[in-house]
Design a protein. Structure first.
Length: 269
């Protein structure tokens, strides 16, 4: 009886996965096997391995790496100092609140900030310098992307640091370990699950960015997400767009497998 009850309880979840995970992926794979006229073909997969798409894929991974690297570089020390503050939950909430704002609104806000008549150029002009066009550059694209992804990196790292058993740190210091050695041999390994989770939630979406590349980088930065958007909406080549999406899904699965979590000891339970 309990087995039948447990199976019936799983049915809504299985149905949800079938309708909203498996079915969409199967549909994308199906369209990837069609040409622009709806005929069955493997030319889309052959085209993906040409120099144009391979270069675009490498570019996507490079920008995703830069975004993830700078996000982690800022987020880890921020999360560490948050765990040491008195009202850490309040400070964490203040960091998370900007992520509730619509992404499009934040992007347009940065267009105004980086624009020729924005506050940054106004500040520069005070010192006698000519205004500069800061939009449509790699730097502005990476900066805005890092700003948007920081809360999603801080949260899992903060949770890992907050659950870390402090007696392990005290023991390492009592045994003569320096602060750097304690961090490298104790703190970092025991919080690596949070780092991996943060890398997942930043690197994977960074691979498929398209709105920020269009509005901030002016399409000078071409990612897999931008290519999918152009294939579907501009060239109307759903087959090629679906093929890029298939490879993007494969890349995401590989990244999730690489950054998969393995629970370690040293947590406060």
């Amino acid at each position: 009886m309990q087995t039948k009850t447990s199976k019936s309880a799983l049915f809504p979840y299985v149905l949800w996965i079938a309708l909203f995970v498996i079915a969409p992926i199967a549909l994308v794979v199906y369209y990837s096997l069609l040409d622009i006229h709806g005929n069955f073909t493997l030319d889309n997969y052959k085209a993906f391995f040409t120099s144009v798409y391979l270069k675009m894929t490498l570019s996507s991974f490079w920008y995703a790496f830069l975004i993830t690297f700078f996000t982690l570089l800022i987020s880890y020390p921020t999360a560490y100092f948050l765990t040491k503050t008195k009202h850490k939950q309040l400070w964490l909430l203040l960091i998370i609140i900007p992520s509730w704002i619509n992404l499009l609104l934040k992007t347009y806000a940065f267009i105004g900030i980086f624009g020729l008549y924005g506050p940054i150029n106004a500040f520069i002009e005070v010192f006698g310098f000519d205004p500069k066009q800061m939009l449509f550059t790699d730097i502005s694209f990476v900066f805005v992307s890092v700003y948007i992804f920081i809360p999603f990196m801080i949260l899992p790292i903060f949770n890992s640091l907050d659950r870390l058993n402090p007696t392990l740190v005290y023991a390492a210091r009592d045994l003569g370990a320096s602060p750097f050695t304690t961090f490298r041999r104790v703190v970092l390994p025991l919080t690596m699950d949070g780092v991996k989770s943060g890398i997942q939630v930043v690197f994977i979406p960074a691979l498929s960015l398209f709105m920020i590349t269009r509005l901030i980088a002016g399409n000078r930065v071409i990612t897999l997400g931008t290519a999918i958007e152009q294939q579907f909406l501009v060239t109307q080549n759903w087959g090629m767009g679906s093929t890029i999406a298939v490879f993007l899904i494969l890349f995401m699965v590989i990244i999730m497998l690489i950054t998969g979590q393995k629970d370690k000891g040293g947590r406060v339970r």
